[in-house]
Write a protein that binds this ligand. Structure first.
Ligand code: DC
Length: 210
């Protein structure tokens, strides 16, 4: 079974995906980390984020096992990731790695922006997680503060809006709900409620005859 979870920044998709994978006993890939790690490699090597050639080789050089999340999860890297993710050749360079991950025999949960539309169009179940921008900004601000980053809500909200615009407006694999995805609006839900709703969707899809 392949579970595809897409949605905008701080919608709760990562938490839902992680919880689903643990519950189902399958592997989870947070594909945002691929773009974050590509951006970080570019910054470390002193390349501009729009340097296509170096961005593609940074993307090709990634190993799925060695993400240092403490370095990748910050606000600055989310912004930078959104910039390199708009380069079609970078996306192309990362497609096969993601599809290989999804093909594992026991199944997998992948979360990102284009899992249901581009990476795994045949996924068993597709969930498009959303929440109001203000709610997402509150969640992200709490998360960043918990990580020790100094943040203020207004600039986090501005970041969220900017990223929504860039991720949805780009020409290559923009953030959008797949036609056969189910939308899960988590604005009024806590983590437990969102997880329960997602699990119900997975169970319903798994019970369907193929
Ligand atoms: O989910 P995240 O915040 O870690 O993602 C960081 C950026 O990476 C996001 O703004 C857009 C990009 N991204 C993408 O374009 N496609 C994906 N499948 C995952 C992330």
């Amino acid at each position: 079974m392949i579970v595809a979870i897409d949605g905008p920044a701080a919608s709760g998709k990562g938490t839902i995906a992680r919880r689903l994978a643990a519950h189902l006993g399958v592997a989870h890939l947070d594909t945002g980390l691929l773009y974050r790690a590509t951006a970080r490699a570019m910054i470390e090597l002193g390349h501009r984020l729009d340097d296509i050639e170096h961005a593609v080789s940074a993307a090709r050089g990634l190993a799925l096992t060695d993400f240092d999340e403490a370095l990748l999860r910050g606000r600055e890297m989310g912004e930078a990731a959104s910039v390199v993710a708009a380069i079609p050749a970078v996306r192309e360079a990362l497609i096969e790695t993601q599809r290989r991950f999804a093909r594992r025999q026991e199944g997998a949960v992948l979360d990102g922006r284009d899992i249901g539309t581009v990476i795994c169009p045949d996924a068993t179940v597709k969930i498009f997680v959303t929440a109001a921008p203000e709610t997402r900004a509150q969640r992200r601000a709490l998360e960043l503060a918990g990580r020790g980053e100094r943040v203020d809500y207004a600039s986090v909200l501005e970041d969220i809006r900017k990223r929504d615009e860039r991720d949805s407006g780009r020409a290559s694999a923009p953030l959008k709900k797949a036609a056969d995805a189910v939308e899960l609006d988590t604005t009024q839900m806590d983590v437990e409620a969102a997880f329960a709703a997602a699990l119900a969707l997975v169970r319903a899809a798994a019970a369907k005859p193929v």
